[in-house]
Unconditional design. Structure first.
Length: 575
């Protein structure tokens, strides 16, 4: 690269191109990935990796054997005459890990039927590879994207081995490693498929949960001992999705694979039948105390599933209905499931990613509930970010805050608040996690009008799966290099110039937490108890109450703690 950080390379069949810092997507162990328009380019750190990964052989193989779910290299990348990488088409979608989490599934309307369709198509990928004498080897959860449909897109073909010729050294993510098979082959591919697809259905790794004799860090030991979620005495939180959502024959195959150690080709998830496997659920904490909390029902809509509550007090259902908890009125009936809502002068601003820019922005008048589609505001953006009652859009190099004023006409403007690298930033709830050439930054708004990009070196070694931000506080869950989910809690000072950080291993990537503007957080980690803590003050209080379940999804309405349970909105408060 030159002094400006640019790299000029030649794409086979396309010609010369200059890769800029703003094109950067991610930096990993073997190489750096760039995105230019609809093309993804991978440059290896070491030239010997090109031969070890058989780049030329894979380009030729996938030209002869294309598959709609496989994002494969289509040409080499050269520096002079030296092959240094490959390029492939850009794949749409989110990382597979996102659909492990219940909150994200609600956001996109992902149902149990979608799990069946997605995992059946993932099965097709493995069958395709094996039918062509290829192995996936390391098909872990970060090797897949989920595109609309839903359809899988396997993107990490670096780990594939063609014609059964294994290299001298093979790296496999510990979370999918099959310790019971000495030789890498089709059996180990199916074991990896079992691990990642089980999490699509349940949200839990099959060797997690509380089991006597093992700690939260004993993932490898439990895998070696076949001590899975099907073990007698396993304790699972209610947030783990019911095993009955798994088709019967597939559920039996999971038990046989994880608990009994058998290695067979799985049945199609579309096969129906009654499972022989008996499943139960035991709570982490058996609590008999009641009466510590007041739980007040605020809203329910028979026939519609409640997807989320926005901090301004707006409820979104799967029918696209927006209901205001304060006025107790339906304010809009044509919202998209991925829309965002904030309270503005005289009403609400609803922003959605529609096909035409003129319908992206809708102003709802709180007096007569008339809907005005805001014309004349054209801004090219790719993502929406909601932080409390502030709304942002992600452009080519900036985070832009949307601001609406009502005069004799409606005026919508955009205020740049932070420079970003959008191609290498993953956006979560109120925060972005940015990979700046291998260095991790958190892009987070704070206060009434501020936003900052903060270097957090402790996050360099993880792949982020989930995150949420509030005032002076960010929590992140990521997959570490041992294949464990590690949760980080970062507490910032008033100016965000310094921080304190704490981490722990957790069972799942879900974050069930409400972060209030006044600086108090409420979280449910175990059935039977809720924890209140003020990060900046360092105070914590745990309240036991048998009414509390981990499948109560927490939200905040301004400084009120709310939760969704069985498609009803409730408010939680201390007596």
């Amino acid at each position: 690269m030159n002094a400006q950080g640019n790299l000029t390379v030649k794409l086979e069949g396309r010609g010369t191109i200059t890769l800029k810092t703003t094109d950067h997507m991610a930096t990993g162990g073997e190489g750096t990935i760039y995105k230019v328009n609809d093309t993804v380019i991978k440059i290896y750190h070491k030239i010997d990796t090109v031969a070890r990964n058989d780049v030329e052989g894979k380009i030729a193989f996938f030209k002869q054997h294309p598959h709609p779910y496989v994002i494969a290299p289509i040409g080499g990348v050269y520096e002079g005459t030296k092959l240094i990488g490959f390029y492939m088409p850009l794949a749409p979608g989110d990382y597979l890990t996102r659909v492990f989490t219940t909150g994200f599934r609600k956001t996109i309307g992902f149902k149990d039927a979608d799990s069946i369709l997605l995992t059946d198509r993932m099965r097709d990928i493995v069958l395709f590879a094996h039918s062509n004498n290829a192995l996936l080897v390391d098909a872990n959860e970060f090797g897949y994207l989920v595109a609309p449909g839903p359809e899988p897109r396997i993107i990490d073909v670096d780990s594939w081995v063609l014609y059964g010729k294994l290299p001298a050294t093979v790296s496999i993510m510990p979370s999918i490693h099959d310790w019971h098979v000495k030789t890498i082959g089709q059996q180990t591919d199916w074991f990896a498929y079992a691990i990642v697809t089980f999490q699509v259905y349940t949200g839990l790794h099959p060797y997690k949960g509380v089991l006597d004799g093992y700690t939260v860090r004993d993932l490898e030991l439990r895998m070696k001992d076949n001590a899975s979620v099907f073990s007698k005495g396993i304790q699972l939180n209610m947030s783990v999705r019911d095993f009955n959502c798994i088709p019967g024959p597939l559920l039996d195959w999971y038990k046989s694979t994880f608990q009994d150690g058998t290695r067979e080709i799985p049945p199609s998830p579309t096969e129906t039948g009654v499972a022989m496997t008996q499943t139960g659920r035991i709570l982490h904490t058996q609590v008999t105390v009641t009466g510590n909390l007041t739980l007040e029902k605020l809203y329910e809509k028979p026939g519609e599933e409640i997807l989320r509550v926005f901090p301004c007090g707006m409820v979104l259902t799967d029918a696209g209905t927006l209901y205001d908890l304060k006025s107790k009125r339906v304010i809009y009936k044509d919202a998209l499931l991925d829309c965002k809502v904030i309270k503005v002068e005289g009403g609400w601003l609803v922003v959605r990613k529609a096909h035409a820019s003129s319908t992206n922005y809708v102003y709802i008048n709180e007096i007569d509930l008339s809907a005005s589609y805001i014309e004349g505001f054209v801004l090219q953006w790719s993502q929406l970010l909601l932080y409390e009652n502030r709304l942002f859009v992600v452009t080519i190099d900036k985070l832009i805050e949307l601001q609406l004023r009502v005069f004799n006409r409606i005026l919508l403007t955009g205020k740049p608040v932070c420079s970003i690298m959008p191609k290498s930033t993953t956006w979560f709830d109120g925060v972005g996690v940015q990979d700046a050439l291998g260095a991790t930054y958190l892009v987070t708004p704070f206060g009434d009008d501020s936003c900052i990009s903060v270097r957090v070196k402790e996050l360099d070694a993880i792949k982020p799966v989930n995150a949420k931000a509030g005032e002076h506080f960010v929590t992140v869950v990521g997959l570490n290099n041992k294949g464990e989910y590690e949760k980080f809690e970062i507490i910032f000072d008033k100016t965000y110039s310094s921080y304190k950080i704490w981490s722990t291993i957790t069972d799942s990537p879900d974050l069930n937490i409400a972060i209030l503007p006044k600086g108090v957080c409420s979280t449910i980690v175990r059935d039977g108890e809720v924890t209140l803590f003020a990060p900046s003050q360092g105070t914590t209080k745990t309240i036991q109450d048998s009414q509390i379940r981990t499948d109560m999804l927490l939200y905040n309405w301004e400084n009120k703690v709310l939760y969704i349970y069985k498609s009803t909105v409730w408010q939680m408060s201390l007596k």
